[in-house]
Write a new protein. Structure first.
Ligand SMILES: O=C(O)CCC(=O)C(=O)O
Length: 372
């Protein structure tokens, strides 16, 4: 059940914690599927397929089209007409001037020089590298993960740790493997205006072509992301128009259109955080048991075809590789999972989204049709 009215755009915060996440009336303790509810889900499958078919041409690009980077940035009018108004993702080559301006952010060495010994906040997870992800409550075996009973799973955020950029860089594993903890600079709280403000001299305040097309004010948040191939951002959606620039390495976005939320087994989960000090990795549940977050209950890549998630077969995720020197427009409310190949450095701009557009209204309607 999503909140009846959309919330006003919130202040920058951890990804997506507010979407549908009404902390008061979250149906955390609802029973697991009864046979009649399962049957209803089977019927939903064909409706979801029709929905996918109906909107495919207008809204969701084909896999091939989504991966073609347009050679130059469109004018704001063209960007609005071809992408924003259709809520359609697109990939563009960064203009040379912008790429040059952002040059100092494109290597670990120059970032280290710019940031010196200032303390920065880094997210740390165990070796699986899953930040903001669902895990069984302490005491439950890991194979119980397949059980999609939200009451038995927790939404676990990374441990936040303060260190210098040099210390952080020493934890990165360019080869993308390692049994150690995974460190990801992913604070996404407008970090370029926070602990990374020393970088502001080289980052533009806004992207005028995008800001104009969104009809928004200056960006709500500008974030730097630095990590290696082990860090994974699990699937979620954000109430922001997102322009995501990759400066080093490759980021892979696995996308699902906003209107397919009904196939993603979303649930409400209580919050928790990794505690990684001392010998043992622990999950510590949030003391406030009334706070919960709505989160996608499946991995669209790994859980597809599994008997327990029949609706997931209706989803055709679009995978977009964004290479260094490219920019992705990720429209608001698209579900996304994000991975990195090797060490990657990116900057993204979140702009306020409009809640009164046909795209938003229709996708919320579509999701409500499948909500239980
Ligand atoms: O780069 C990432 O790991 C996640 C990016 C993301 O979720 C976002 O920009 O909204």
């Amino acid at each position: 059940m999503e909140a009846a009215a959309p919330p006003p755009p919130p202040a920058p915060r951890l990804i997506d914690s507010s979407i549908g996440g009404s902390p008061i009336d979250s149906p955390i303790d609802s029973p697991v599927d009864s046979p009649s509810r399962s049957l209803a889900k089977e019927h939903s499958y064909s409706k979801l397929l029709s929905l996918r078919q109906l909107s495919a041409d207008h809204h969701a690009p084909s896999q091939a089209a989504a991966n073609r980077a347009l050679p130059e940035l469109p004018s704001s009018l063209d960007f609005y007409r071809r992408f924003v108004s259709k809520s359609r993702p697109g990939k563009f080559k960064l203009p040379r001037e912008l790429q040059e301006a952002l040059g100092p952010l494109s290597s670990l060495e120059s970032l280290q020089e710019l940031l010196g010994d200032r303390p920065i906040k880094v997210n740390v997870t165990p070796e699986h590298g899953l930040g903001d992800a669902l895990f069984p409550k302490p005491g439950r075996a890991n194979d119980d993960r397949a059980n999609d009973d939200p009451a038995e799973l927790l939404f676990v955020e990374p441990q936040e740790q303060e260190m210098t950029f040099k210390e952080f860089a020493e934890h990165l594993r360019p080869g993308g493997t390692g049994p150690e903890r995974v460190y990801y600079l992913s604070s996404q709280n407008d970090n370029l205006h926070g602990d990374l403000s020393a970088l502001l001299d080289v980052v533009p305040r806004t992207l005028p072509f995008a800001q104009e097309a969104f009809g928004a004010g200056p960006p709500e948040a500008v974030n730097l992301w630095v990590g290696d191939g082990r860090a994974v951002t699990t699937m979620h959606r954000d109430p922001f128009e997102n322009v995501y620039l990759v400066l080093e390495g490759t980021k892979t976005f696995v996308l699902v259109p906003p209107y397919m939320g009904g196939a993603l087994y979303q649930g409400f989960y209580r919050r928790a955080r990794w505690r990684l000090d001392g010998g043992e990795d622990r999950i510590e549940e949030d003391e406030d048991r009334t706070r919960s977050v709505r989160w996608v209950g499946v991995d669209v890549e790994e859980d597809r075809g599994k008997e327990e998630y029949p609706l997931l077969d209706a989803v055709e995720p679009i995978t977009i590789d964004v290479h260094a020197g490219e920019m992705l427009y990720l429209p608001s409310m698209w579900f996304h999972k994000v991975k990195s190949s090797g060490v990657s450095i990116s900057v993204n701009f979140w702009f306020d989204m409009a809640f009164d557009t046909p795209n938003y209204v229709l996708s919320e309607w579509a999701n409500a049709v499948f909500d239980e």
